[in-house]
Design a binder for this molecule. Sequence first.
Ligand code: GSH
Length: 202
Amino acid sequence: MLKLYYHPLSTYSRRVRIALLEKRIPAELIEVDLFARAQFQADYLARNPYGRVPTLEEDGLTLFESSAILEYLEARYPEPALLPSDRIGCALTAMHLKLCDLELAANAHKILLPKRFMPREKWKLDVMEKAKARIERHFSILEKQLEGRSYLIGNRFGLVEIAAIPFLEFLPLMEVSSPPAVTAWAQRLLGRPSARETRPER
Ligand SMILES: N[C@@H](CCC(=O)N[C@@H](CS)C(=O)NCC(=O)O)C(=O)O
């Protein structure tokens, strides 16, 4: 059976857990205790030398990097499809997955790591302010692409939405303001059973 090494509070792990639920793929979930630094123990580093979650294992394959894992799951378990079948849809998916990592996830991380896990005196407010502005710029660009549609590509829920959900969860905590179409998109996505089932406790 497919194994997923994860942590319940990990945004990147949550992407993979949502894809597993959406595709109804049975999996063994193995929690890596990040707070006890289990990600740096030799047995885990042998799987993922970067010492991060998620890591997937299946049929002798060990794979890390959440967006690569999403693409692998799509190739290995094509139904229900979370990727368009046409060339243009695939190209747009690749673009949006990359932009989600660069513009949303990376900046969200700069705000969420301190706000979720560090005492206030350690927060770097200037870094957090810049990250918030970058996310708001990204949302203003997405807003135009979402106008008149429910999902970004081919108007169907897909991998680009899954990649964004864990970060959209924290818009209130990040105090990021989002324009109307992005707000409606986020609410639509966060209401899915797969998102509800994987919602972190904090
Ligand atoms: N780019 C990686 C990021 C993975 C990542 O940063 N995971 C965090 C948890 S959300 C982690 O394992 N942190 C542990 C650490 O850095 O010590 C991905 O997409 O999988």
